[in-house]
Write a protein that binds this ligand. Structure first.
Ligand code: ATP
Length: 217
């Protein structure tokens, strides 16, 4: 996110991409304004939270008018640094890594996986979508040269920490960890852990045992 912007609470910051995506859709369909109730229904965040979040952005909705879609969109674009492409690297081009490379996040925002790394000789030098797979031997050289700050980790769990130890010595500031391994990193590095198997398992448990309640209660 752009550094010159005022600091907003982390919980609010996490909701920004969600708001941004919805507002983009509204804008594309020609809508000029939106109420907090409409936003609330669409993004499933209660309207009091939306009003508080938006007050941090200086967007004060008018009663009976709502929020100006264009104003919000401009704000989010700047705050989320949408005018500049954020280059991301992916390590481990297995089934999940390949799926993420094919998806490549470009539909909704300006973030793109530009480099992929693997240790498997048969994958090195190949291309998935338009991304070339490089040898892990070139990791530090490419990450530092290209100033990559965010890495997606889709290696096998047993390789996750040793790869992370190498990342710690580069300019990388954030790791999106799709492996089941818990990573040890210094406080200067942010790790966001997404364990899809655990997510699915706990969701199935929830559906079987609490199917009439909302997941957050
Ligand atoms: P596949 O069927 O292609 O092997 P998978 O998702 O079942 O996919 P995993 O064993 O999870 O395979 O490995 C994911 C990918 O990570 C593989 O392409 C593997 O070559 C690669 N890999 C393994 N060890 C490392 C490492 N230390 N650094 C980078 N990539 C690695």
């Amino acid at each position: 996110m752009a550094t010159e912007q005022l600091r907003i609470p982390k919980a609010t910051a996490k909701r920004l991409p969600l708001y941004y995506r919805f507002l983009q859709n509204l804008y594309q369909s020609g809508k000029l304004r939106v109420s907090s109730a409409e936003l609330s229904e669409a993004v499933k965040v209660d309207s009091a939270t939306i009003r508080r979040d938006f007050s941090y952005f200086g967007a004060l909705g008018k009663k009976g008018y709502g929020y100006n879609v264009q104003y919000l969109l401009n704000f989010f674009r700047k705050t989320l640094d949408q005018d500049a492409l954020t280059k991301v690297a992916l390590i481990g081009v297995g089934n999940l890594g390949t799926a993420l490379l094919r998806y490549n996040f470009t539909k909704n925002n300006n973030t793109k996986i530009c480099y992929a790394f693997d240790t498997n000789e048969s994958k090195i030098g190949t291309q998935i979508s338009d991304v070339t797979v490089y040898s892990l031997d070139q990791l530090e050289e490419i990450l530092n040269k290209e100033e990559i700050q965010v890495v997606i980790l889709t290696v096998p769990a047993q390789a996750a920490q040793s790869v992370t130890d190498r990342l710690v010595k580069t300019r990388v500031k954030g790791i999106l960890n799709f492996t089941p391994a818990r990573l040890n990193v210094p406080s200067s590095i942010n790790v966001h852990h997404i364990d899809l198997a655990v997510e699915l398992q706990s969701f199935v448990y929830f559906i079987k045992n609490y199917s009439n309640e909302s997941e957050d209660t």
